[in-house]
Design a protein around this ligand. Sequence first.
Ligand SMILES: Nc1nc2c(ncn2[C@@H]2O[C@H](COP(=O)(O)OP(=O)(O)OP(=O)(O)O)[C@@H](O)[C@H]2O)c(=O)[nH]1
Ligand SMILES: [Mg+2]
Ligand SMILES: [Zn+2]
Length: 312
Amino acid sequence: MINTGVVTKSTGSWYYVKTKTEAFSCKLKGKFRLHGIKSTNPIAVGDIVEFTINAEDNTGVIYKINDRKNYIIRKSTNLSKQAHILASNIDYAFLVATIKQPKTYTEFIDRFLVTCEANNIEGAIIFNKIDIYNEEDNEQVSQLMDLYQNIGYKCIKISVEDEININEIESLIEEKIIVISGNSGVGKSSLINLLQPGLNLKTNEVSDSSQKGKHTTTFAEMHPIGNGYIIDTPGIKGFGLIDIETVKLSHYFPEMNSIRDKCKFNDCTHTHEPGCAVKTALENNEISMQRYKNYLSMLEDGDSPYRLDIFK
Ligand SMILES: Nc1nc2c(ncn2[C@@H]2O[C@H](COP(=O)(O)OP(=O)(O)OP(=O)(O)O)[C@@H](O)[C@H]2O)c(=O)[nH]1
Ligand SMILES: [Mg+2]
Ligand SMILES: [Zn+2]
């Protein structure tokens, strides 16, 4: 009999695999080879696996992993060839962002969105901690929501603390595998705790002196919420982009992508070229200067200490 299930948690040696009706603790059979990447973990949460069941103790042995639709990896350094797969088979990616405690920079948001676009994963931005925002902070949230909603991204502002607008998030989760990311301390684990009372995921206060999170979550785990799943991930310090050619980067900025066929050169990078429709749109305030600046910085490319890449 073939048993198929989804890996919901990995401890390194044991994998928790859920079928439609049951959950099993499984080990791996032999060695798994993955194409293209060297990873420190052969199997990640979100993987669909086939396994046999030991009759005596009802544990399982995984012998096959199905092809991944996509996956997110983290490299410890830019030059590192070793990668850790955080999660796979993702339908939707939520970025939790905050105006303060800690501050999420727009470059971080834009790198996240480009990564989603490049891999056909729907991205949404959740602005958390609205309970601590003053007038100025609220104004910033409104501006950012306007900016990103105009380009086509779903934005929700919430407070986990005061339980504001949480139902809007619940309605997005239906039947999906969602990965939740964002800087350390923005409230990812707190949000999941609120969505699924009883999980008691560890959370930690943001440091008073640096206003930064403490990297409380250390491994990715998938939690059933309603009919879907949310994968909590460790806070990340930055995104790097990999495998996106210079001339293609603007394809992943929807507002540039929709007008780039009006540029004089079809390989326009929208930097120095004459007859550039993107630069004209910038001059006319039709696209955001902030986004354009982040685009330029991505062209140069980040030397961020961590890179989170979503591959097909
Ligand atoms: N004021 C306020 N604080 C919040 C809110 N949501 C979370 N926090 C607090 O923010 C701190 C960090 O929350 P975590 O859930 O640990 O953050 P995280 O994003 O999981 O952080 P890492 O696991 O380090 O990546 C905790 O002290 C939470 O209580 C909110 O809506 N308002
Ligand atoms: Mg956490
Ligand atoms: Zn151009």
